[in-house]
Design a binder for this molecule. Sequence first.
Ligand SMILES: Cc1cc2nc3c(=O)[nH]c(=O)nc-3n(C[C@H](O)[C@H](O)[C@H](O)COP(=O)(O)OP(=O)(O)OC[C@H]3O[C@@H](n4cnc5c(N)ncnc54)[C@H](O)[C@@H]3O)c2cc1C
Ligand SMILES: *[C@@H]1O[C@H](CO)[C@@H](O)[C@H](O)[C@H]1NC(C)=O
Ligand SMILES: *[C@@H]1O[C@H](CO)[C@@H](O)[C@H](O)[C@H]1NC(C)=O
Ligand SMILES: *[C@@H]1O[C@H](CO)[C@@H](O)[C@H](O)[C@H]1NC(C)=O
Ligand SMILES: *[C@@H]1O[C@H](CO)[C@@H](O)[C@H](O)[C@H]1NC(C)=O
Ligand SMILES: *[C@@H]1O[C@H](CO)[C@@H](O)[C@H](O)[C@H]1NC(C)=O
Ligand SMILES: *[C@@H]1O[C@H](CO)[C@@H](O)[C@H](O)[C@H]1NC(C)=O
Ligand SMILES: *[C@@H]1O[C@H](CO)[C@@H](O)[C@H](O)[C@H]1NC(C)=O
Ligand SMILES: *[C@@H]1O[C@H](CO)[C@@H](O)[C@H](O)[C@H]1NC(C)=O
Length: 563
Amino acid sequence: MRQLTLCTLLFALGVSIAAGLDCRCFPGDDCWPSWQQWADFNATIGGRLISTVPLGSVCHTTGEFSAYNQEACASLIADWGFPATHYKTCDSPMASWFSNASCDPFLPRTTPCTITALQRYAVNVSKVDDVQKTIQFAQDHNIRLVIRNTGHDYLGKSTAPGGLALWMHNLKATEYLQYRSCSYEGPALRLGAGIQGFEGMAAAHAQNKVILTGNCDSVGVVGGYSQGGGHGQLASMVGLAADQVLEWEVVTADGQHLTAAPDMNPDLFWALSGGGGGTYAVVMSATVKAYAEVSTASANLTFSGADVPPDVFWSIIRNFIVDITPIIDAGAVAIWAVIGKTFSLTPIIWPGGNVDELQMRLASTLRMLNERNMTYAFHIQHFVSFWDCFMAMNPHSNITEAQIGGRLMPRGVLDHSTDSLISTLRQISEQGAVVSGVSLNVSRHSVPDNAVNPAWRDAAISIVLGTSYNYTNRQVNVECQSLMTQELVPLLTDISIDSGAYLNEADWKQPDWQSAFYGDNYQTLHEIKEEFDPNGVFWARTAVGSEAWTELDDGHLCRSDDL
Ligand SMILES: Cc1cc2nc3c(=O)[nH]c(=O)nc-3n(C[C@H](O)[C@H](O)[C@H](O)COP(=O)(O)OP(=O)(O)OC[C@H]3O[C@@H](n4cnc5c(N)ncnc54)[C@H](O)[C@@H]3O)c2cc1C
Ligand SMILES: *[C@@H]1O[C@H](CO)[C@@H](O)[C@H](O)[C@H]1NC(C)=O
Ligand SMILES: *[C@@H]1O[C@H](CO)[C@@H](O)[C@H](O)[C@H]1NC(C)=O
Ligand SMILES: *[C@@H]1O[C@H](CO)[C@@H](O)[C@H](O)[C@H]1NC(C)=O
Ligand SMILES: *[C@@H]1O[C@H](CO)[C@@H](O)[C@H](O)[C@H]1NC(C)=O
Ligand SMILES: *[C@@H]1O[C@H](CO)[C@@H](O)[C@H](O)[C@H]1NC(C)=O
Ligand SMILES: *[C@@H]1O[C@H](CO)[C@@H](O)[C@H](O)[C@H]1NC(C)=O
Ligand SMILES: *[C@@H]1O[C@H](CO)[C@@H](O)[C@H](O)[C@H]1NC(C)=O
Ligand SMILES: *[C@@H]1O[C@H](CO)[C@@H](O)[C@H](O)[C@H]1NC(C)=O
């Protein structure tokens, strides 16, 4: 209740309130550096400073950044759904909510093109020195700093209104090595901060090895993904992405260039390995475990429930989710979704698995479809390598044009409260939301001591919900957001009280985010944040320590104490 009043107050007072508060300096404020100061800074970093020009500028005829061009605008709109349209830039978030319709290409061209909600400048990082100088400049001028890699983040963690971004995307080095430490001896890859899934996989493939990466192959490997947990098609085989990291190479808030490993800066190593990106330090590179290639069994399936009663449709889904459990426990991962009356499995992947056994595990689901004469598409195949399987079976991912919420569903709920799980998913689906799940087991082997949300270790399914996003209708988005926060996520919470959510695939308005995203680790993580970044140089929405600052409606970031 107190929080609600505060938000209303801030909204009502708008810009003027920032004046009397302790806030980060915002463009237009008196404290904002002059053109000359920016130019001088630019000179110290070899001309690597980029001034934001929003992608949508080619779609507008008015506003400071307008640069209307009919053809360029049409092709931007046609390509908008591709992740590359955004990850090649230093400012465009894939989750459109966080651009706050700033220079939205889908709005009428006469709508002014502004960049209020986007970072104002970015540094195209090429080396440690760029990062050190940028941190110093941001501190000297009290500017909001953000670390941006691909811009995939669903919670707006790589977007900073009026801020300065450390853009890590071009750190593309990879190195294959034999790693030796007390805890691990074997093949590894050192990956630059900008390496994306497809590049990391290719570097491993060149050595006939595999590494864990995200299902969407453009997600960064060692940025928010590994730092926040990170699941992928090898997760039931090897654990989460945070579990793969042997050492992190970082620059801290006070400019030190350090290595964090189990025996070197162990607190920082612990926090970076699962405690969330963007808040403890700037990762320059990470060294991750690599594994021998493995033959892989895989299948995909799509069926429609349009011609059968909903009870039948959901009983088949129930059957599927339960039947695959033994092979999930044996190393498989299943990626599935229910969109309206369509179920799709895209795909199930079983590294090291046997294709006949996979077929057997899916047999009763297929029998149910056959008995009902339902149309479906099914494909099953043995691949000689995980690489071949990924290339053939993993569908191309677009950006997620939805507002999302999520919950880690414990194994106990799947095993002992199956009916309430299925009826809850059905209820959510019938309210128009997309229900997606990744069935996996990330605790088959002993797991390292790191900051991964403990709820992950009991999870059988990472459930992610989506409500629609409309580029031209803010009111619809506000309503869908509130539906997610107030109704849909709570339905999942009700059946999994002691669990949590995956911090990278959750509702950015999750009310009790500290416990939901970090579990019992929050207090310790907060202490590590205080130790390594006492002045709050790094800030990201829902990151550890972020409650010390409050984002005003106009984008100012102010110390919460004063509010
Ligand atoms: C289409 C799509 C598919 C996805 N699929 C998967 C999946 O299969 N599995 C999965 O686990 N997740 C998945 N995700 C979620 C993904 O893990 C998160 O979006 C993650 O935050 C992306 O990290 P990034 O570094 O690429 O992105 P960014 O948005 O650039 O950064 C995310 C966060 O990490 C911080 N960060 C980035 N780089 C660094 C760095 N070098 N040092 C310190 N902090 C840094 C940023 O400050 C920010 O807080 C998916 C997301 C999308 C949009
Ligand atoms: C920084 O300097 C480079 C090289 O002189 C220049 O190309 C670039 O436009 C400058 N950046 C800004 C924001 O002025
Ligand atoms: C993905 O995005 C592209 C580019 O905007 C679009 O053409 C395509 O239809 C989208 N695909 C799906 C499945 O939505
Ligand atoms: C960023 O730097 C890389 C080299 O590190 C260069 O290839 C690229 O063109 C630069 N990008 C921008 C937008 O300046
Ligand atoms: C499926 O089709 C067969 C053959 O056409 C028919 O005999 C059977 O009754 C149908 N079953 C259902 C459930 O509709
Ligand atoms: C399943 O995978 C096959 C082989 O790669 C592909 O051709 C097909 O389109 C996929 N089907 C579904 C339903 O995803
Ligand atoms: C994971 O699999 C192991 C067996 O390999 C099982 O003991 C454990 O309960 C499973 N955990 C979850 C969360 O499914
Ligand atoms: C988005 O909202 C606009 C304006 O209300 C409406 O015309 C349009 O149909 C909506 N788009 C979608 C995809 O629902
Ligand atoms: C976001 O949009 C709202 C509504 O247009 C506006 O009031 C607010 O100032 C914007 N905030 C930022 C940071 O762009």
